[in-house]
Design a protein around this ligand. Structure first.
Ligand SMILES: C[S@@+](CC[C@H](N)C(=O)[O-])C[C@H]1O[C@@H](n2cnc3c(N)ncnc32)[C@H](O)[C@@H]1O
Length: 356
């Protein structure tokens, strides 16, 4: 008979950690509200202020603001002075919580927590019955995704990501044909089209709301060299010098087929630039990943599950570098470099070419 001995100190320590998990998960939801209600942005510009002053400045209901401030205070995010009842957001904290922080704004990411909560019943059902969850079950997905990635593209796409491919900036300046698959709200494509007026850009996505937003932005910018289509990546064809896929391939139902179509649609000396999650394909190598739990959570609640919902491969968010490189090699990309850019905490970039 096996006897199970427990180590009381280990048990107590773990219980404490679980309490912290509960508290931090709750704080994540409060941070999401703080971002949406612009409470962090406002407080960053205020001297120590009362809940009344913060409510008036933000145009919010004081009772809600005060309760939110309570959570923020006991959670160590906001500082409180009981003598005069004022709250302060230290600049060191604002640096991770405000829109002004750009790619460093982690409060924006917290909005995903509420989004994935909406589908928990459907995900739970899939645990028991298999299958997945359709894209239509995720309201606000396109909006949140665009908000999260636009900050990175604004900061780094033209000056840091594109130069990862040797000579690409120069070719874009001269004029080439470029396609972005799974473009979402198309912000990356619009930035490229604006920066490189001699090149021709196309973005495709299955999301009608995503493509509608992409077209609106292009129109607002008066861009003549960009076109957006509602289209399935499974139908990628044509002749392109550059194909990009940002945070898309692991979500797809048929990633291998799409990668093969991408390889076939590239002209000689064409480049496939694939931004995807920075992780290892081996679980044991992700133990110290700073975003490890978040990545597996997003996978269970979205990336793996939307793919399985279409009867797909279900690669998952953490498909990792090794699997990505193997799949690129399998469709004929025999020259692949993997690079990172400062300020993008989520992704690595695969610069893939075929030697001909
Ligand atoms: C995680 S989002 C990335 C969006 C955008 N590239 C960005 O960086 O913000 C993945 C996108 O792939 C799109 N997508 C998923 N499956 C697709 C398919 N089969 N064909 C075209 N787009 C697809 C989704 O609608 C979604 O907009």
């Amino acid at each position: 008979m096996t006897t199970h001995t427990t180590n009381p100190a280990k048990q107590e320590e773990f219980a404490g950690r679980m309490v912290q998990v509960l508290n931090d998960a709750c704080l994540g939801h409060l941070c999401s509200l703080g971002h949406r209600a612009r409470l962090f942005d406002t407080m960053a510009g205020l001297p120590p202020s009362t809940s009344d002053q913060i409510a008036v400045t933000t145009g919010l209901d004081e009772r809600y603001v005060r309760e939110w401030l309570g959570g923020m205070t006991v959670g160590g995010i906001v500082e409180y002075t009981p003598e005069d009842g004022t709250y302060r957001l230290p600049p060191e904290h604002a640096a991770s919580l405000t829109r002004a922080a750009g790619p460093d704004n982690l409060a924006s990411f917290m909005q995903d927590l509420a989004l994935i909560g909406i589908v928990e019943d459907e995900v739970f059902q899939a645990f028991r019955e298999g299958g997945g969850v359709p894209y239509s079950s995720y309201p606000r997905f396109q909006e949140l995704q665009a908000e999260e990635t636009a900050r990175v593209y604004d900061a780094a796409l033209i000056d840091a990501v594109i130069p990862l491919a040797p000579g690409l900036t120069e070719r874009l300046r001269e004029g080439i044909d470029s396609l972005d698959i799974g473009t979402g709200q198309g912000h990356a494509v619009n930035l490229l089209a604006k920066a490189f007026p001699n090149s021709r850009f196309r973005g495709v996505d299955i999301s009608e709301t995503g493509i509608a937003a992409a077209r609106r932005e292009a129109e607002g910018l008066g861009l003549q060299n960009v076109r957006f289509d509602v289209s399935d990546t499974a139908e990628v064809s044509g002749d392109y010098d550059l194909i990009t896929a940002f945070d898309v391939i692991h979500d797809l139902a048929r990633p291998a087929q799409v990668l093969a179509s991408v390889a076939a649609a590239l002209r000689d000396n064409g480049t496939f630039l694939m931004g995807d999650i920075d992780a290892s394909s081996k679980l044991e190598e992700n133990l110290d990943h700073p975003l490890g739990p978040a990545l597996y959570t997003f996978s269970v609640f979205y990336c793996m599950t939307v793919s399985l919902g279409e009867g797909g491969a279900g690669l998952g968010t953490v498909w990792g570098r090794q699997t990505a490189q193997r799949m690129l090699a399998e469709v004929g990309f025999d020259d692949v470099t993997v690079r990172q850019v400062d300020g993008d905490i989520l992704n690595v970039y695969y610069v893939a070419r075929k030697k001909r």
